[in-house]
Design a protein. Structure first.
Length: 155
């Protein structure tokens, strides 16, 4: 029988597969902390709204996940999201390693790791291939992501 926190991770990704943002955010504690290479420091409603934004805008989306594990305090999974990047129409296949911390049966910390340059090469094409490894370009990508989330949250 799987640990209850492994079941929580599985519920999170099953909701993600269905683009059910409310099902995803129900797995989060109110003060959740989220980070990944695009959104390096989101807390609480910012993190929940990021998932709402991504789910509402997803095009050509599919998700697979596996290697789910958890104990009382920590857990992890690997997942792959495939989708169309709306700004260029390019297909992105993003391979992600997730780690989690839990408290009171909810996710309190969620960290996703992936290669931002690899993402930029797929999402942005030639420009991402040539320049996506440069810190100023990566910072510009993060800035654009932050502005997109701010615009979504202010609607």
């Amino acid at each position: 029988m799987a640990h209850s926190n492994a079941e929580l991770i599985t519920r999170f990704y099953q909701a993600f597969q269905a683009l059910d943002a409310e099902g995803m955010v129900a797995c989060y504690a109110s003060d959740v902390q989220f980070s990944d290479p695009l959104f390096p420091d989101l807390q609480g409603d910012q993190a929940r709204d990021m998932w709402r934004m991504l789910a509402s805008r997803a095009q050509g989306f599919s998700l697979t996940f596996g290697d789910v594990w958890a104990d009382d305090e920590k857990g992890g999974a690997q997942w792959v999201a495939t989708y169309l990047f709306s700004q260029t129409g390019n297909t992105v296949v993003n391979r992600i390693q997730a780690s989690f911390c839990f408290k009171d049966g909810l996710i309190v910390e969620h960290r996703d790791r992936f290669d931002l340059w690899r993402w930029a090469r797929q999402a942005l094409g030639g420009k991402g291939l040539l320049l996506g490894w440069l810190p100023p370009v990566q910072n510009a990508i993060r800035g654009q992501a932050a502005r997109g989330l701010a615009a979504f949250r202010s609607r």
